[in-house]
Design a protein around this ligand. Sequence first.
Ligand code: FUL
Length: 522
Amino acid sequence: MAVSRRLFVTAAATLVASSGTSLALASSAPAAAPVGSAAADEPWYRIPVSPDDTPEELVRKASRVRPTERQIAWQALERTAFLHFGVNTFTGLEWGTGDEDPDVFQPAGLDTDQWARALRDGGFKLAILTVKHHDGFVLYPSRYSDHTVASSSWRGGQGDVLRSFADSMRRHGIKVGVYVSPADENQYLHGVYANGSARSEHAIPTPVAGDDRTGGPAFRLPATDYGAHMLNQLYEVLTEYGPVDEVWFDGAQGRIPPDKVEKYDWDSWYTLIRSLAPDATVAVSGPDVRWVGNEGGLARENEWSVVPVQDKDNGRTDFALSYDAPDMGGRNALVAAQPVADHLQWWPAEADVSIRDGWFYHADQQPKSVQQLTDIYFGSVGRNAVLLLNVPPDQEGRLPAADVTRLREFRERIDRELPEDLARGARVKASPGTVTVDLGRAREVDRIRLAEDIRHGQQVEGFVVEADLAGTWTRVAEAGTIGAGRILLLAAPVRARRWRVRVTRSRRTAHLARFELYRSRT
Ligand code: FUL
């Protein structure tokens, strides 16, 4: 059963729905007007909270938070890829120094089409390239730095990895994301990063000698010297390599002396991105997507997309609870965060992990096994998160053969784990809190996939899946949250003709978008 149109179910009504429906699952009142002042273009995506709110009021507000269109599109991607590539690929470091010789960057066999084919074959819908990591080395010829591909003798200084990457991904139907590190060791060495400059208004793009750009959008934005440097690079990336669908910001400061600090101009950076790339999600030091809280690619057993947040440092959305709090959005979490939270926000989890131990390629490391990747898939996509799997290109500029094979094996394994939705086209009955499917004949099932229609928010707090075994509804699985996706694995196959999901606790009317039943072929 998959979503395509909505079906409203009134209390006590029993309806038979064709496949492709979203079923309302509880009989509580329909959503009222949004609470508080959400941004005009993004109503519902965050709602203010106050220390005076009762626990019931907090839950009521959480139930009214809705994702933006760009967040809905992002959550549907499920599998996204990271590509860490740069001078570290050649020096063997994970964090560069900013004073490396740009000429170390020599990817003689750069083949971004090979990256794209491998990622497409792995089932990935978007790929994020480290356009600039903490060392400050830039993978396109930026006008604002000499620590770039243009300073390498690779391709006679004419190379442009970002151009090749963006062209190849789009040719293969993969969306483009960019990692632009706020920390920048090279700009620190040039006296720009963390130089103590005050925020002042800057013209963006800031013209350079012999500037070839005319007629593009122009901005005046407050920033430090380094903040303006970032704005100029974001401007180049978003106007010359777009459309970009995700901008990924790390929060690290790099390895600068402890008495130095660069207070990032998040507000100005976000304003520029929203203007130049309105469809791009801004992650994870950004308002659209949050870090899951570990680098193992694993979401919480019950992962909430509505979480308490606080606004910090020039408009950065920050966790109200610790980034790795075991409960990020449950009822207890909403109360625990209340003393510091200023909003409840749709801030869904992105689970990042590398296929190898390091983020950058190191010849002595090996890719994870298919079983490890499968566990990561069920622990992320299966738990209301988007998977962000890093696959680092090697010194030739290619994805290693072992990793390419592993990506294909991983996709084939997931295809076998979830081969055919046995409930597709089945008779579906909905009554308050319950959806029942009749498969027409007894079928073995060992994987159950559910999703809420998140246009109605995230509501389910508890549910059970039951099978009709010889006339008795028997519990085969139970869990807490569903959200954009939940996959349950049964320890052993269960054979039954009639199956049902029963919501046992929900914040307000839950709308089910998927109730799928599978027999794995592994
Ligand atoms: C971290 C960085 O410091 C790592 O180098 C890597 O890029 C990872 C994805 O984010 O915070």
